[in-house]
Design a protein around this ligand. Structure first.
Ligand code: NAD
Length: 504
């Protein structure tokens, strides 16, 4: 079964086999090995991908180090930003093809991959502006004796390791600040979603960046990813993915004392009080769990509904769930597509079976017969859930939401926090005093009041507890992660210097 290509502008795209991108060249893996890339809509083969390993990582690091030392770190900021803005221009020009490739590769609906492509271009523009206008140091005058000032210098070669759930946006969210601040990059994209990473390599190649500044090594986590994490010349690893993988990476990065940034899993609560604007809360709840096919780190996979409005809200949820448009990811009207791969599909279906065993009533939409070859899990509500169930504690990462009743504010805060994760939280109430109070009590890195998960590039993005260490975004990316503060102490007077050994 092939996808229906609905837009004229994407009919011409021919998907070829994919190479690594090292030192400005598209090259095969040194072992000659490849792996297959599969379409989640049909489970048919799309193309073959070069399987990079330790030798490819070594070569990429050597070229990135050379590019850093010889050219990139010394480039005037205005020159560097020309490249960064050029990448943004090219992403905009090729946005439709990027959206198509991403939908084909991941099963994400094309209406959503289009907005992700636009956001990717914005990531480059934002960091170009940010570095030009805000990457400055501080000065600390000390009486009439010193002036001490700080510089924020790039780290050198950085390794970026990314997941498959919003691949192009997440890759650019790391690549843009890393390059803009003057680092050189090795990207190890997720093995399940290589198409748009390769497109990024083509775009960067077209933008004419100096050889070795940007490199991609496709391959598996325990080979290419592992070698990148352990390489002594890689100064930092920015990782987005599962919590268990993050923990392995921190351990492996320790021997070479690398800086790491961890954006990990989530099991985020959405709390709806009885005075909330129910229609807006309903829109946000549905979008928050069923967009990105439910494969979203900040999804509201646990919704806590006040007892007084629970029955009414559940009726509304059921009506929406039954009507969500399940379809071909390449069809612009599709709201929910297939999950990334069969293994993940089986995992999510396993959790739905577990929910029944744990005592939930399961309510689902229906997958149309013609889509049975794909990894489709219908939108699913787990009703009568309690927070202690495994389905409420473990990240399912699919279109599955547990609905839990509550009565008291203190009670809902306690159960919302009774989970190992702490990425996001959402509060719906017309009582803003309560809204702030509850938001401030939720143990998470990011909380929204009366809002769905909107994005502000300037904020610190990330989680607490098992959802991460460190933050991405805005000032945090450029000051706290991708640069190193250096202090220069300058004597401006004859301050006292002890004179050991001097004859008095
Ligand atoms: P994953 O951890 O399986 O893989 C992520 C990346 O790590 C892949 O590129 C993989 O090849 C690589 N990897 C795996 N093992 C490795 C190792 N030992 N050394 C080095 N690299 C290794 O995650 P996934 O299944 O691709 O993504 C889904 C997960 O990502 C979910 O848990 C989701 O919540 C999380 N996520 C978090 C955020 C956030 O901002 N907090 C955003 C998106 C996704």
């Amino acid at each position: 079964m092939t996808n229906s290509i609905t837009e004229h502008s994407i009919r011409e795209v021919i998907v070829k086999d994919i190479s690594l991108y090292i030192n400005g060249q598209f090259v095969p893996a040194k072992t000659g090995e490849t792996f297959t890339n599969v379409n989640p809509f049909s489970n048919e083969h799309i193309n073959n991908i070069a399987a990079g390993d330790i030798e490819d990582i070594n070569e990429a690091v050597t070229s990135a180090k050379k590019a850093f030392d010889n050219e990139w770190k010394n480039l005037e900021i205005s020159e560097r930003m020309k490249y960064i803005n050029k990448i943004a221009d090219l992403i905009e020009e090729e946005a439709e093809e990027i959206a198509y490739l991403e939908a084909l590769d991941t099963g994400l609906p094309i209406s959503q991959t289009r907005s992700q492509a636009a956001r990717a271009a914005t990531n480059f523009r934002f960091y170009a502006k940010m570095v030009e206008t805000h990457l400055h140091g501080q000065a600390f005058p000390v009486e009439k004796e010193f002036i001490n000032y700080t510089l924020h210098r790039p780290l050198g070669v950085v390794g970026l390791i990314t997941p498959w759930n919003a691949p192009f946006m997440l890759e650019t969210w790391k690549v843009a600040p890393a390059l803009a601040t003057g680092n050189t990059v090795i990207l190890k994209p997720a093995e399940l979603s290589p198409l748009t990473a390769n497109k990024l390599a083509e775009i960067i190649d077209k933008a004419g960046l100096p050889k070795g500044v940007f490199n991609i090594v496709h391959g598996f986590g325990d080979t290419a990813g592992d070698a990148l994490v352990k390489h002594p010349d890689v100064k930092a690893i920015s990782f987005t993915g599962e919590t268990v993988t993050g923990s392995i990476i921190i351990k492996n990065a320790a021997d070479s004392l690398k800086k790491t940034s961890m954006e990990l899993g989530g099991k985020s609560p959405l709390i709806i009080f009885d005075d909330a604007d129910l229609d807006r809360a309903l829109d946000a709840t549905i979008w928050g769990i069923f967009s990105f096919n439910g494969e979203r780190c900040t999804s509201n996979s646990r919704v806590f509904v006040h007892k007084k409005i629970k029955d009414e809200f559940i009726e509304k949820l059921k009506e929406r769930v039954a009507n969500i448009r399940i379809g071909d990811p390449l069809d612009a009207s599709t709201e929910l597509g297939p999950l990334i791969e069969t293994q993940h599909f089986n995992k999510v279906k396993g959790y739905i079976e577990l929910a029944k065993e744990e005592g939930c009533e399961v309510f689902q939409g229906t997958v149309p017969e013609q889509f049975k070859a794909g990894n489709y899990v219908p939108p699913t509500l787990l009703l009568n859930a309690t927070n202690d169930m495994r389905v409420c504690q473990e990240e399912i990462f699919g279109p599955v939401m547990a609905v839990i009743e509550f009565e008291q504010e203190e009670e809902v805060i306690a159960v919302a926090n009774d989970v190992k994760y702490g990425l996001a939280g959402f509060v719906w109430t017309q009582d803003l005093t309560r809204g702030h109070r509850v938001a401030q009590a939720i143990e998470a890195g990011m909380i929204w009041i009366n809002s769905h998960n909107t994005r502000d590039l300037r904020i610190p993005f990330g989680g607490t507890k098992a959802s991460g260490i460190g933050r991405e975004g805005g000032h945090y990316a450029i000051f706290e992660f991708y640069t190193e503060p250096t202090v220069i102490h300058v004597a401006i007077g004859d301050h006292h210097i002890p004179q050991f050994g001097k004859k008095s």
